[in-house]
Design a protein around this ligand. Structure first.
Ligand SMILES: [Fe+2]
Length: 395
């Protein structure tokens, strides 16, 4: 019998807002879910966003099958099979490595790993803000246990491949150590105490729900145009201290310097994605990869005082776009809205990649070995945006 248990929340979390965020799932064997059990897990995933399972045994093949069950027509890894390994310029290359036996599943982690699932030797590095942010925490503060969020995102190539519906993240080996303190370093003084090398999650639904009426009206009318090969495009750019987007310093690669690209493979997605299970709207934008913003005019008869871009707009200025987006997304990553997962060996986290955003957190030394298996699949369809009724309701 499948059992759904509310997650243990840290003292920093708002228990009211997070009461329906996440459930631990007990009482099922993930390697062989019956069709009825799968339906229950799928329903719970769309309702709660993140589903940790404890003490899981799962082969690479079983992890791939489990991930694929959410989108049976999906075949390739979210960034294409082996494509990241083959791209010299992608900033994801140092972070993920495909398993030879099941290329849809990736090894992510930290430290020296030998003879693991057909990979003779690999030394992945846990992503750390010091390689990506414009400013860094000093060595002294880092030694005291201060750290940052790395990069808030959903798992998606945002070019050629559609964003995966779910991601499965399996913690085979979890480094042990003290909590670290995440500093936002954005002038707010915000901090979050978090387990070592946690994965931090926030709900895209909450991110939308807490916006002002003006920003809701803008969100429901907006579409993000993503850069071609965004992870190459941003390879020289540097992120803001919260890991929520990029500083506008003009460091993006010119389009002419990108690998060959086609406009037909560029992604244009609504800012709000409709949850297929609950019909709720989730604010789902990759703040680092956005290049342009399209805003539809207000619909007939809803000309509100103070509406932003009431006549519609096509924004191309990166700083303007990023400032606007930051205003919409920053409230949603406040410390009290974050669920930082406290990883234990053999945890499997299943998350609704089209309904939450997440980030790696923390600083690991080379001797703190972390072995995780990650799988998500380029989806067989694009995310659905707001309906006409949604637009009327929120404008
Ligand atoms: Fe991710």
């Amino acid at each position: 019998m499948i059992e759904l248990v509310p997650l243990p929340l840290p003292a920093s979390a708002d228990p009211i807002i997070l009461k329906d965020f996440g459930r631990e799932v007990k009482g099922v064997y993930l390697g062989a879910l019956s069709p009825e059990e799968f339906k229950q897990v799928e329903g719970a995933l769309y309702k709660y966003g993140v589903l940790p399972f404890r003490d899981v045994e799962l082969t690479l093949e079983e992890q791939y099958s489990l991930t694929k069950a959410f989108d049976p027509e999906a075949e390739t890894y979210g960034h294409g099979n082996n494509k990241v390994d083959d791209s010299k310029q992608s900033i994801l290359r140092s972070v993920i490595k495909s398993f030879p036996r099941v290329p849809q599943v990736q090894l992510v982690g930290n430290g020296s790993i030998y003879g693991h699932e057909g990979i003779p030797e690999v030394a992945p590095k846990h992503p750390n803000h010091s390689t990506f942010h414009a400013t860094h925490i000093s060595q002294e503060d880092s030694d005291k246990g201060f750290t940052r969020f790395y990069r808030w995102h959903m798992d998606a190539a945002l070019y050629e491949y559609a964003p995966p519906k779910v991601t499965t993240l399996y913690g085979v080996r979890v480094p042990k150590g003290e909590h670290q303190v995440v500093r936002y370093d954005d002038g707010t003084g915000d901090e979050l105490s978090a387990p070592l090398a946690t994965t931090a999650f926030v709900s895209g639904k909450t991110m939308f729900d807490i916006l002002s009426p003006e920003l809701k009206s803008l969100a429901v009318r907006s579409r993000a145009i993503y850069a071609p090969h965004p992870f190459v495009w941003m390879s020289r750019a540097r992120a803001s201290p919260t890991g929520l987007g990029i500083e506008s310093e003009g460091l993006e690669l010119p389009l002419s310097e990108l690998p060959p690209w086609e406009e037909s493979k560029q992604k244009v997605y609504p800012m709000l994605w409709k949850n297929p299970g609950t019909s709720e709207l989730h604010l789902q934008v990759h703040p680092c990869a956005i290049a342009e913003l399209l805003v539809d005019p207000l619909p007939e008869g809803s000309k509100h005082e103070g509406a932003l871009y009431a006549d519609g707009a096509h924004l191309k200025d990166l700083k303007e776009i990023r400032d606007l987006l930051h205003k919409m997304q920053r409230p949603g990553i406040a410390p009290e809205l974050i669920y930082p997962h406290d990883w234990k060996d053999k945890d499997l986290m299943l998350f609704h990649n089209r309904g939450v955003i997440h980030t790696a957190v923390g600083t690991l030394n080379a001797d703190q070995v972390r072995v995780f298996h990650q799988c998500n699949l380029a989806a067989s369809d694009d995310p659905a945006g707001p309906t006409t009724e949604d637009v009327e309701r929120w404008t």
